[in-house]
Design a protein around this ligand. Structure first.
Ligand code: HEM
Ligand code: CU
Length: 655
């Protein structure tokens, strides 16, 4: 008996690595600390009522933001471990197997559990406020999306100490990811965590597309909408078309692994290329899903801090939509070297290069927006300006990779690693950090410290070039991706060392961002105006943070940059419209079910990872019960009486 127990424990918990024991201890300690603080300060009720059951898009946005920053820390720690291992030749800091796990979790976490929630944070924080709406179209679904993401992320992160991390790369290609070559539960964790999160992302895509199409304030035609909302439209459409492909790929691979199907294994007539196509039919649009919202943020930031209308609004819209369409015709550039033949490769090479055209249009429009503007270099603006050279280099190397014959040379080399980090960090991360600094006062009512913000930016930005520029060279010198060590006589030593130093500088930048948040919580300047940047769009017409119903009276929009126009009219002494009396406001009720439902998904997923059918069944029944209860529920909303609205507005100094 005791032997069986011992066997179970050693296969259930990851054993034998001192770093993981350290992680075990810190996980237990942090969990205990959180439990203690919540209990000691009697915060359990508050946590449940205000956060876990909320359907308020602003709070959901904040939870996404916190989660994505935590995941950036986790993915960043992975990155630092890898760069430490690669700093010198013949290093034995990490073993090969451990290195495989780390690049897999790093890539997976950064894309799905850092970049995705970061863009969703910005969607939630900004979109309803920018279009003059009181909420998203489906607030309850919005909460489900968040909790599915959250529990999916927990499931993947858990694999680190329980069962073992996946190690087949973030792309998880068969046959490597098939059962005979990858026994442990790690790969199952990957498949189920992504599946659960993916359902949530799908919900978010639908939710925000419908919100923008149906809930704009009167007068806000599509062509009067802030560009960030347009970028959300483009990204949502991509989500809606792309994620089903991922769902199919993951489900089929899971069937291969769990039920012994052979969709992707040659032995029974399956074909791994089928997986690779499905994966990239999602995977390529995915990189645009995370970068288009960054383009939206940059458009807002450039025009606000240049005090000008955005240059070429219609061409900005057209290029967003063009990118979202073209990005569907390029996925094969991820496997030029896998034998598709010259005709197919030529088509996809040219299609890929075409994406450069609308992207170039956008960059020039941003530059022209700044031209002769009254520019203020705030931290948000720094991240936006810093993005431009990044994207120029990343775009140019992208076109190089798109050139199919050239790709035979640098495919899967460090050249590729440098390129995609340049666009993912220089685009998405810079964009989301710009958005975070920009919208922070709106979310929390205080401004992040600009001096610390600048320090963070410069450490990160300089570290960035130091880390990734050498990798282009390393790639051309033959260093391939996903190798855990290299011999000393390849001529790669110095460049690798420099790259690692850069990674540490970026880590300092990240720590400074966290320090900025901590410092500003206590010392940050309060935003009493609601409009600290003298901005242009409707969210800045509200107090910071806005009341839970957002707009007491829904504004009427007469042109682009609606709030700017209202301010100008006021300055010119145009008398404001006589204000109507307050009316009762219709709001959705909080619900704990999205949380419980997602917890059941987690239980079911966890069970399937280990092949414990009884547990999977419990999870499934729980999910079904939640759906059943929801469909029998009629009391899902309430009205805020007009007097209460008046009362709250008066307290905010607005009535
Ligand atoms: C913060 C600085 C970062 C550093 C220093 C860093 C470093 C690395 C390193 C060393 C690798 C492994 C290369 C290899 O051996 O093949 C890697 C892979 C990867 N990184 Fe990063 N990374 C960073 C940020 C990010 C971000 C922000 C994202 C996405 C939004 C990202 C996405 C990926 C992906 C998808 C892979 C490929 C994983 C795979 O091969 O399966 N990284 N990164
Ligand atoms: Cu691609």
């Amino acid at each position: 008996m005791s032997e069986r127990l011992h066997n179970f424990v050693t296969s259930f918990f990851v054993t034998g690595d001192p770093m993981i024991y350290g992680a075990d201890v810190s996980i237990v300690l942090v969990s205990l600390a959180i439990l203690f603080v919540l209990t000691y300060y009697k915060k359990w009720g508050w946590l449940w009522r205000e956060w876990l059951t909320t359907v308020d898009h602003k709070k959901i946005g904040i939870m996404y933001l916190i989660a994505s920053l935590l995941m950036m820390f986790r993915g960043g720690a992975d990155a630092i471990l890898m760069r430490t291992q690669l700093a010198v030749p013949n290093n034995h800091f990490l073993q090969a197997e451990h290195y495989n796990q780390i690049f897999t979790t790093h890539g997976t976490i950064m894309i799905l559990f850092m970049a995705m929630p970061f863009i969703f944070a910005m969607f939630n924080i900004a979109v309803p406020l920018q279009i003059g709406a009181r909420d998203v179209a489906f607030p309850y679904l919005n909460a489900i999306s968040f909790w599915l993401f959250f529990f999916g992320a927990m499931l993947l992160n858990l694999s680190f100490v329980i069962g073992g991390s996946p190690d087949a790369g973030w792309t998880s290609y068969p046959p490597l990811a098939e059962l005979p070559f990858d026994k442990g539960p790690g790969e199952n964790f990957y498949l189920l965590a992504l599946q659960i999160t993916g359902i949530g992302s799908m919900g978010t895509g639908i939710n925000f597309l419908v919100t923008i199409l149906k809930m704009r304030a009167p007068g806000m035609t599509l062509m009067r909408m802030p560009l960030f909302c347009w970028s959300v439209v483009a990204a949502s459409i991509l989500i809606i078309f792309a994620f089903p492909a991922l769902t199919a790929a993951l489900a089929l691979l899971l069937l291969d692994r769990v039920l012994g199907a052979h969709f992707f294994s040659m032995v029974q007539g399956g074909n791994p290329m089928m997986y690779i196509n499905l994966f990239w039919v999602w995977g390529h649009p995915e990189v645009y899903i995370v970068v288009l919202p960054a383009f939206g943020v940059f458009s807002e930031v450039f025009s606000t801090f240049s005090r000008k209308r955005i240059f070429g609004y219609s061409s900005m819209v057209a290029s967003l939509m063009a990118i979202s369409v073209i990005s569907y015709f390029v996925w094969v550039h991820h496997f030029f070297t896998m034998g598709a033949g010259p005709g197919v490769n030529a088509f996809f090479a040219i299609a890929t290069m075409c994406v450069g055209i609308p992207t170039g249009v956008k960059v020039f429009n941003w530059l022209f927006t700044m031209l002769r503007g009254r520019i203020r270099i705030s931290t948000a603006m720094l991240w936006a300006v810093g993005f431009i050279p990044n994207f120029a280099i990343g775009g140019a190397t992208g076109v190089m990779l798109a050139c199919a014959p050239g790709d035979y040379q640098y495919h899967n080399s460090y050249f590729l690693i440098a390129h995609f980090h340049q666009v993912l960090i220089g685009g998405t991360v810079y964009g989301m950090l710009a958005g975070m600094y920009y919208w922070w006062p709106k979310m929390f009512g205080f401004i992040l410290d600009e001096r610390l913000g600048r320090w963070a930016f410069w450490w990160f930005n300089i570290g960035w070039y130091v880390c990734f520029l050498p990798q282009y060279q390393l790639g051309l010198m033959g260093m391939t991706r996903r190798i855990y060590t290299y011999p000393p006589n390849m001529g790669w030593n110095t460049l690798n060392l420099i790259s690692t130093i850069g990674a540490y500088m970026m880590a300092i930048g990240f720590v400074l961002i966290v320090a900025d948040v901590m410092y500003s919580m206590f010392k940050g300047q309060r935003d009493l105006t609601g409009d600290p940047w003298d901005a242009r769009t409707l969210e800045w017409s509200l107090p910071s943070p806005p009341p839970h119903y957002n707009f007491a009276r829904i504004p009427t929009v007469t042109s682009r940059d609606a709030w700017w126009v209202m301010k100008e009219a006021r300055k010119q002494g145009v008398p404001p419209e006589p204000e109507e009396p307050f009316k009762p406001i219709h709001m959705p009720k909080n619900s704990g079910r999205p949380f419980v439902l997602s917890a059941f998904f987690f239980i079911g997923g966890f069970g399937l990872c280990f092949g414990w059918i009884w547990m999977a069944v419990i999870g499934l029944l729980g999910v079904l019960a939640c759906l059943l209860f929801r469909s029998l529920e009629y009391d899902t909303d309430y009205w805020i009486p007009a007097e209460e609205v008046e009362h709250e507005e008066a307290a905010l100094g607005r009535a």
